[in-house]
Design a protein around this ligand. Structure first.
Ligand code: ADP
Ligand code: MG
Length: 289
C-alpha cells in the first residue's frame, strides 16, 4: 500500500528541507513524505491526469494525508487525488471548516457542544458592543490563526477600540472577540481523536504565569492529564460532527465544565506519544482503514 504525507505550511513545511521526497517502508506500507510545492498535476485536456513529484511523473498513492493548514494548493491536490479514487485520511471540506474558528463554532453550536461565547468583529465594530456582549477582559483572535499567533487578551474598552481601529478596512479574514475563560489559567487540554475514539489526552501549560496562551510554540509544556468519560464522549462527538478521522480537540476548563476551544486537523502531539507503539498502531489503522 502506498501512502503519501503531503506537508504544507504549518505542518513542518520548513523542516522538510529536501525537495526530494523521503521514502520509507514499514510492513506493507510504503510511505512517501513530500512537500506540497513539489507536487504538480494536470487537469482537463484528455482527462488523463498526470501527477509529477519534483518533475518526475508518478502514479497516485492508495491513501494520503495533508499535514498543514488548509489552503487552495492543498485543496487542489486533495481534489485531484480523490477524483482519481485515492483515499484521504481527512476530508478536504472538513479540513476547510475547522481551519476557520468561526465556521467551526457555528457547526459545533448546532450540535449543542459547549463553547466560549464569541462575537464577530470587523473594522466597523464598536468596542462598546464587544464589552457589552462579552465583558472584560476579552480575547481577540484571527478566525483562521494557529499556534497562538495574534491571540490577545484585552483589558479595557480602549484597548479593544485600538485593536479594532488597527484592523484592515473590509478585511476578508474573520476576526473573533471571545469571552475570557479565566478558570483555564493558561492551560488547555489537547485531546487527540482517531477514528472517533480518544487516543491521547495531554494538558498544555503556558510557559510563564503572565501568559494566558498554552501553545507549545509560545513556550508551553505538556503534562499528563486524566479526562472524565463524559468529556471524552463529547470529544468523540466533536470529531464526528466535524467529519475528521484524525483531529486534536482543545478544551478549556470553564466554570461549569469543559468548553471546546478549537479543533485542529493537523494536531501537534507530544513526543512520548509520537514515539509510542500506540501511535504507530493508530496511524497504521488510519492508513489501512
Ligand atoms: N477565550 C479564551 N479564554 C482563555 N484562554 C484562551 C481563550 N482563547 C484562547 N485561549 C488560550 O490561548 C491559546 C491559543 O488560542 P486558540 O484560540 O487556540 O488559537 P490558536 O489556533 O492560534 O492556537 C489557547 O490554547 C488557550 O490557552
Ligand atoms: Mg490553539
Amino acid at each position: 500500500m502506498n501512502y503519501w504525507v503531503i506537508i504544507g505550511e504549518g505542518g513542518g513545511f520548513e523542516e522538510v528541507k529536501s525537495i526530494k521526497s523521503d521514502f520509507s517502508r514499514s510492513g506493507k506500507i510504503n510511505k512517501t513524505t513530500v512537500r506540497m510545492d513539489d507536487i504538480v498535476f494536470t487537469t482537463g485536456g484528455d482527462g488523463k491526469a498526470k501527477i509529477f513529484i519534483c518533475g518526475e511523473e508518478i502514479a497516485p498513492p492508495d491513501v494520503f494525508m495533508l499535514w498543514g493548514h488548509y489552503n487552495e494548493v492543498f485543496e487542489g491536490i486533495s481534489r485531484r487525488l480523490t477524483s482519481l479514487g485515492v483515499r484521504s485520511i481527512n476530508d478536504i471540506d472538513a479540513k476547510r471548516i475547522v481551519c476557520s474558528k468561526l465556521s467551526t463554532a457555528l457547526l459545533l453550536e448546532q450540535a449543542g457542544i459547549p463553547q466560549a461565547k464569541s462575537l464577530t468583529v470587523t473594522s466597523h465594530t464598536s468596542a462598546k458592543t464587544v464589552v457589552e456582549c462579552l465583558g472584560l477582559p476579552a480575547v481577540l483572535k484571527p478566525s483562521n490563526g494557529a499556534q497562538g499567533e495574534g491571540v490577545v487578551l484585552l483589558h479595557s474598552e480602549q484597548e479593544i477600540a485600538d485593536y479594532i481601529s488597527a484592523l484592515p478596512e473590509a478585511d476578508t479574514n474573520a476576526v473573533l472577540a471571545q469571552e475570557f475563560i479565566s478558570t483555564a489559567k493558561g492551560r488547555d487540554i489537547r485531546v487527540v481523536v482517531a477514528d472517533y475514539k480518544v487516543v491521547r489526552v495531554i494538558q498544555r501549560v503556558a510557559g510563564n504565569s503572565d501568559e494566558f496562551r498554552s501553545n507549545i510554540h509560545l513556550g508551553g509544556h505538556c503534562e499528563e492529564f486524566d479526562l472524565d468519560d463524559d468529556t471524552e464522549k463529547m470529544c468523540e462527538k466533536v470529531a464526528k460532527v466535524c467529519g475528521l478521522r484524525l483531529c486534536g480537540i482543545d478544551l478549556l476548563q470553564a466554570e461549569n465544565g469543559f468548553v471546546v476551544g478549537e479543533v485542529n486537523c493537523t494536531p501537534g502531539m507530544d513526543d512520548e506519544f509520537l514515539k509510542s507503539d500506540r501511535f504507530r498502531q493508530v496511524l497504521h489503522d488510519l492508513i489501512v482503514g
